[in-house]
Each structure stands twice: as structure tokens, then as C-alpha cells.
Design a protein around this ligand. Structure first.
Ligand SMILES: Nc1ncnc2c1ncn2[C@@H]1O[C@H](COP(=O)(O)OP(=O)(O)OP(=O)(O)O)[C@@H](O)[C@H]1O
Ligand SMILES: [Mg+2]
Length: 387
């Protein structure tokens, strides 16, 4: 389970350290930084997939994603005595992402290449440093893997062992060092990050993959786009919690039933509801019904991921369905750590009333995302690796 997430200089997240619980609800007004937080977590996940530099490039590169404000906003600027202005920099421009979990913590620091770089990719971000440590925040005695530029070393008893001297600046240690011989922590952390699941706006248009029968194999985890809905549903029926699956359908759609059809290996889903003479296929379902079935399947996975992130799950659901969705989410949070980004009042209200729900309300102050009510002392301890 992640206990802390820290981000610096990523869009409106100039410097933020969040304490995390088992069930986390992120809310706030439009533009407060909810999606930025979601994207930052997703970028962190991309490091383990080996795609973080290209993911940053797709977002417009480091220049676009870096915090666009000054390094510090002084009290005089805040009072409006002087205009908001840059001034000389004390620290190098750096986009930093990190988290601490029960077992290990990890942080990565991106910067610009040296201006002398002869490469045609001179705008690509470079990984300046990375670290893996044991414990709630980085401290020198607890560092296990320390990467600075092209060099990486691991802890060997009381000494350091240099395990690489020619790392590529555009690839993380998860790509270059994940072998059990040199750095077993890298490998185990990479595997756990790879299991994180992100669900972000399931498609429900006529061409949406979830609307059409698909070749099916056993599917313990619903894919990000929900294309394997019927196979995932059938997998839950065979190896998951069928009672809870059926109860979730009844909770949202009283009297309705879901059936799975298999035709030459293609799996389809039929939905029967009271008052109709025949069942409806997924192609005929309303957007909201289809999306809700996708949530039921995602949240009943027989192989719960360590972390599940749901971005605005309320999309196209009627407010009356949101309390049922909240119950589904609370159930899932018993098996995975869950993040919900939402601004639907009924969903927020239902989740807020759950005793150990960690509610993080974001607001913007001088364009910087901050946590409402977080004072310096509430902020979890955090240190970034040095360059
Ligand atoms: N490079 C940047 N530097 C500083 N701020 C930025 C940068 N890029 C985007 N922003 C700010 O981030 C804010 C958008 O945040 P985000 O998309 O996370 O909002 P949101 O909370 O998801 O809002 P909504 O509810 O509308 O989806 C914008 O208001 C914009 O001002
Ligand atoms: Mg948003």
C-alpha cells in the first residue's frame, strides 16, 4: 500500500506531499489539479513500463509539463505589492515524482540535458537521479539503490557497490537495472508498479470495444478500455465472488440479470431487465448501464491489484446510481488500495461517510495546487534524491 505520494513542479503541482490511506477520494473545483494528480501518478506508473519519457513527450514535453510559475512566490507578490516574477533560480529546473509504500519508496527526478548536447533529441527530458529506499521517506541509511546520471550503486552491507556506470539518461532503472542479481529491489518494485490499474473514462460510443463480442480467454483483470467485459464477467463467475457480483447487479438494477454467451470463442454479454420480452446485448445498452457493468467487473477482479485508480467514475451515471457505485468501491477497497478522483456530489457524499476514507480536497492558491486544510505539520516527511 502507498502511504505517501510526492510531486514537484508537475503542472499546477508545484510541491505537494499527500498522505494516502486505503481508500482515497480526491476532489476539488474545476482546475484545482485533480487530473494533474491523476496524470502524475500515471507517469510514475509509466516509469515501470519503460515508457515515461515518451509519455512525457506525448504531454508536450518537459517544457509544457513543468510548473509554469516562478520558483518562489514571495509574501510581497502574494499581497500584490510587486508583480509575480521569476528572479534568479536557486535550484535547477526539475520535475520530480515519488512515492513511499509499505516496503519500498521510489523517486525520480527529470531535468533538461546539458545545452552542449549534440543530439537531435536535445529537448527530451533526462533522468537525473532515481532512488529506492526502505521506509516512509528517503534517508541516507535506508537507501538501497541510488542512481545519479549514468551511474548506479546499491547497498552492500555497510558499503556501496557500483552496479552500472553507463546508464542511458532517457531510461529508468526499471528498464536498465531490473535483474535479480544486481538489484533485486528494482525488480520487485517494478513488478508491483506494473500491477497498478488505471480506469479512466470507459468508452461507450457505438464503436466502443465493450459493446461488441470479443474473442475471450480467462480474464482476471478487466482491461483499461473494458473490451473484455464479457470474458472478465465469466472469469469472476468461475473463480471470483459470484454472490457479490450478482448482488452488485441487483443493488444497481433491481430485477435485472446478466448472462454471458459464447459463440465460437467470442464472448458476449446479455442484460435482461423486467418488462422486456428479450435480453439486450451490450450494443443496445445505454451508456450509463454499460459503464456501470464495466465498473462492476473492474471492481470484482479475482486478482486484486495493489492499487486501483478510478478517474471520474461518475461519468454518464445518473446521480441515483452513485450511492451503489460508492458501495462497490468500498468493497473493492477491502482488497486493493483505491483512489477515486471525482466531483460528483452524491459519490463524494457517500464516500466521505465511510469511516476511514481519506478525503483530499484540492484548491489552487496563486495557481499552485494545495490540499485544503493541510498545514506544514500535517505534511508527511519527504526528501528528494540529490542529483
Ligand atoms: N505547466 C503548468 N504550470 C502550471 N499550471 C498548469 C500547467 N499546466 C496546467 N496547469 C494548470 O492546471 C490546471 C488544470 O488542472 P486539472 O486539469 O488537474 O484540473 P481538474 O481539477 O482536473 O479540473 P476539472 O474538474 O475541470 O477536470 C489548470 O487550471 C491550469 O491552470
Ligand atoms: Mg480533470
Amino acid at each position: 500500500m502507498l502511504s505517501t505520494l510526492a510531486i514537484a513542479n508537475y503542472r499546477s503541482l508545484r510541491s505537494i506531499t499527500l498522505p494516502l490511506g486505503r481508500l482515497n477520494l480526491i476532489t476539488g473545483a474545476n482546475g484545482s489539479g485533480k487530473s494533474n494528480l491523476y496524470r502524475a501518478l500515471r507517469l510514475l506508473a509509466e516509469t515501470a513500463q519503460g515508457n515515461v519519457v515518451s509519455a512525457l513527450a506525448r504531454e508536450g514535453g518537459l517544457r509544457t509539463t513543468l510548473w509554469a510559475g516562478p520558483e518562489h512566490i514571495s509574501p510581497r507578490m502574494q499581497r500584490g505589492d510587486v508583480p509575480i516574477q521569476g528572479g534568479p533560480r536557486h535550484e535547477s529546473l526539475a520535475l520530480k515524482l515519488g512515492f513511499a509504500a509499505d516496503d519500498f519508496g521510489y523517486a525520480i527526478d527529470f531535468g533538461f540535458p546539458k545545452p552542449s548536447s549534440q543530439s537531435a533529441f536535445s529537448l527530451d527530458p533526462e533522468i537525473k537521479s532515481e532512488a529506492i529506499w526502505a521506509g516512509p521517506f528517503l534517508r541516507l541509511p535506508s537507501v538501497l539503490v541510488d542512481r545519479r546520471g549514468a551511474m548506479a550503486r546499491t547497498r552492500d552491507g555497510r558499503n556501496w557497490r557500483i552496479v552500472a556506470e553507463h546508464l542511458n539518461a532517457f531510461e529508468s532503472i526499471f528498464t536498465q537495472l531490473a535483474d535479480p542479481e544486481r538489484a533485486s529491489e528494482v525488480l520487485s518494485l517494478r513488478e508491483s508498479i506494473r500491477a497498478w490499474r488505471f480506469y479512466d473514462h470507459f468508452r461507450s460510443d457505438v464503436d466502443a470495444p465493450a459493446r461488441w463480442a470479443q474473442l475471450g480467454t480467462r480474464t482476471p483483470v478487466l482491461s483499461h478500455d473494458g473490451r473484455d467485459l464479457a470474458a472478465a464477467w465469466q472469469t469472476i463467475r468461475e473463480i471470483g465472488d459470484v454472490g457479490s457480483l450478482d448482488a452488485a447487479v441487483q443493488d444497481a438494477f433491481p430485477g435485472a440479470e446478466v448472462a454471458i454467451t459464447v459463440d465460437e470463442g467470442r464472448f458476449g454479454l446479455l442484460f435482461s431487465q423486467p418488462g422486456l420480452l428479450r435480453s439486450l446485448s451490450t450494443a443496445e445498452l445505454s451508456d450509463g448501464t454499460l459503464r456501470y457493468l464495466l465498473w462492476i467487473a473492474a471492481l470484482h477482479t479475482p486478482r486484486p491489484p495493489p492499487l486501483m485508480v478510478l478517474n471520474e467514475p461518475e461519468t454518464s451515471l445518473h446521480p441515483d446510481l452513485l450511492p451503489a457505485l460508492a458501495r462497490l468501491i468500498v468493497q473493492a477497497a477491502k482488497r486493493s488500495q483505491v483512489w477515486v478522483v471525482s466531483h460528483a456530489p452524491r459519490l463524494i457524499e457517500a464516500l466521505e461517510s465511510v469511516p476511514d476514507c481519506n478525503v483530499i480536497r484540492l484548491e489552487k492558491d496563486f495557481s499552485q495546487t494545495q490540499i485544503v486544510g493541510q498545514r506544514m505539520l500535517d505534511e508527511p516527511a519527504w526528501h528528494w534524491p540529490e542529483r
